[in-house]
Design a protein. Structure first.
Length: 121
């Protein structure tokens, strides 16, 4: 790790509650938001920012759907935040279900189950 290009190092304190503060320059340079991902690898703890926004396409679809449901103003904003915050846990559940299916646990469907036409059609 010390041979990496652009290597920067800073000693930080750990509180009694196991909390750390990311140095401001690192925080800003990496674009941290409200969440970070911690990865334990080869005796190193890596902390990387989780990007909160994608290219905006998904957000536009959420907004279009909410507007078509009649939401507007502050109510639209609150409902948008609620729906957007529910997406990550839903995707994580889907990934866990896919992992379980891959190892033979839980229910799953095959491509054939979903897309094969009935012989009578």
């Amino acid at each position: 790790m010390e041979n990496a290009k652009n290597f920067k190092k800073k000693t930080i304190s750990i509180s009694a509650k196991r909390q750390i503060t990311i140095p401001q320059t690192f925080y800003e340079e990496l674009g941290f938001g409200h969440e970070a991902e911690c990865i334990l690898q080869d005796n190193y703890l890596l902390i990387k920012p989780i990007k909160e926004r994608s290219d905006g396409t998904f957000a536009e679809q959420i907004l279009a759907d909410l507007i078509s449901q009649g939401y507007n103003g502050t109510e639209l904003l609150l409902k948008f935040k609620e729906v957007q915050n529910s997406i990550r846990p839903a995707v994580e559940r889907m990934l866990q279900e896919a992992s379980n299916a891959a190892i033979g646990e839980g229910e799953f469907s095959t491509y054939k189950d979903i897309f094969e036409m009935e012989e009578n059609e």
